[in-house]
Design a protein around this ligand. Structure first.
Ligand code: M6R
Length: 371
């Protein structure tokens, strides 16, 4: 039941601290991930993994795109990510030692399942399903499964399934880093143990972000009459921009696009005027300086900016044309997870203002079991 919530989507957004906790439960040791989390047969497969191909659809695909940044940076493993409906009709060349990973909330998405069946003929070393439904077709047909433990997701717009997929993908990143023994730190000296410690505090930081709900609701008023919106992010936050745009179009029917902020001047900047709200996420990372100058380009064209920014980065709304909401500081590796939350709430409140059917958007089904 929806309990006190007006929609399942809102309930599921607010469940995230709890289900992120569930996704971590029993899977972390004091300083590292517990290898047993992936099942008894995992160790051999992970030890032989030299690269990864990730296949998924929709929101799950966006989780895969985030994971590429993580796996390459923190585990040193090369990654390709593709939507299932394209992969299954290509003639992929599979390098030796490649692990095939599918991501799916339902485990029944027709294209993702067909991609797994197709992959079995292609010489992968094995398959891992990251999935929310135990006993689903995807889980049954994969060599390994890591359950996301988000609980039933009823709203067609995926929310808690996405953030728990990200948790699972970070666990995979840490498990590979540990198994492959790549010195347990990336080139910037980020320690595996620091990420583990940050994961443990994540549910609490998520709670703090969800407490911004009323501010985000107030901000949503600016979107109700708009026909378009542009979402910008850099690095691992580019997929978060894509996900923010997908949520908005899916439930509010506002045309939205997600772009890597650095691509702005290669085309989309031509769209920016006072009728185009531009939403950006600005965590405290090494791309901040670059992002700030991209945001200046938007302001110079009269675009209205909405920025979700780390409280320490010095982005404030001293100007009329910039609206800033501060988020608590989080370890850089986990920022994509945290910055997803305000974008979910934003699209939710815009949809409510527009009076759409939030949990059952037109033309969409929760589980896409046909091609
Ligand atoms: O069950 P799956 O994760 O395989 O579903 C994939 C997509 O159909 C799904 O994520 C879809 O994009 C959502 N409605 C997005 O909110």
């Amino acid at each position: 039941s929806k309990g006190d919530y007006r929609h399942f989507m809102l309930k599921e957004i607010f469940e995230q601290p709890k289900v992120i906790n569930a996704a971590l439960e029993g899977r972390l040791g004091e300083h590292s991930v517990l290898a047993e989390s992936f099942g008894p047969d995992a160790q051999a497969l992970l030890a032989n993994t030299r690269q990864i191909h990730i296949i998924a659809c929709g929101t799950s695909y966006h989780a895969g795109l985030v994971a590429r940044y993580w796996l390459e940076r923190y585990a040193g493993v090369p990654v390709q990510v593709e939507v299932a409906s394209e992969f299954r009709y290509r003639h992929p060349v599979v390098p030796e030692g490649t692990l095939f990973v599918t991501l799916s909330q339902s485990g029944e998405t027709a294209d993702t399942l067909a991609a797994l069946r197709f992959a079995k003929r292609l010489g992968y070393i094995g398959s891992l399903a990251i999935c929310n439904v135990p006993g689903s077709s995807l889980v049954r047909e994969s060599d390994l499964a890591l359950m996301t433990r988000a609980g039933p997701e009823i709203g067609v717009a995926s929310t808690k399934a996405f953030t728990t997929q990200l948790v699972a993908l970070m666990l995979l990143t840490l498990a590979l880093d540990k198994t492959l023994g790549k010195d347990a730190r990336d080139s910037d000296g980020t320690k595996h143990a620091d990420i583990v410690a940050a994961l443990k505090t994540l549910p609490d930081i998520c709670r703090q972000v969800l407490a911004l709900d009323a501010d985000i609701e107030a901000l949503s008023q600016a979107f109700a009459e708009k026909h378009h919106a542009l979402f910008l992010g850099r690095g691992a936050h580019f997929p978060i921009a894509l996900e923010g745009a997908l949520k908005l179009k899916e439930i509010s029917y506002i045309h939205a696009e997600g772009y890597p902020a650095g691509e702005l001047k290669h085309g989309p900047l031509a769209l920016v005027d006072s009728e185009m709200p531009v939403i950006s996420v600005a965590p405290n990372d090494d791309l901040l300086g670059k992002l700030k100058s991209n945001l200046q380009e938007v302001r110079a064209r009269g675009g209205q900016l909405f920025v979700f920014a780390d409280e320490n980065v010095g982005i404030d709304d001293t100007e009329d044309d910039v609206c800033v909401l501060h988020l608590p500081h989080v370890h850089e590796a986990l920022a994509p997870l945290l910055y997803t939350l305000p974008l979910q709430l934003l699209s939710y409140h815009v949809a409510v203002l527009k009076g759409t059917d939030v949990d059952q958007p037109r033309n969409l089904a929760k589980s896409v079991t046909v091609e």
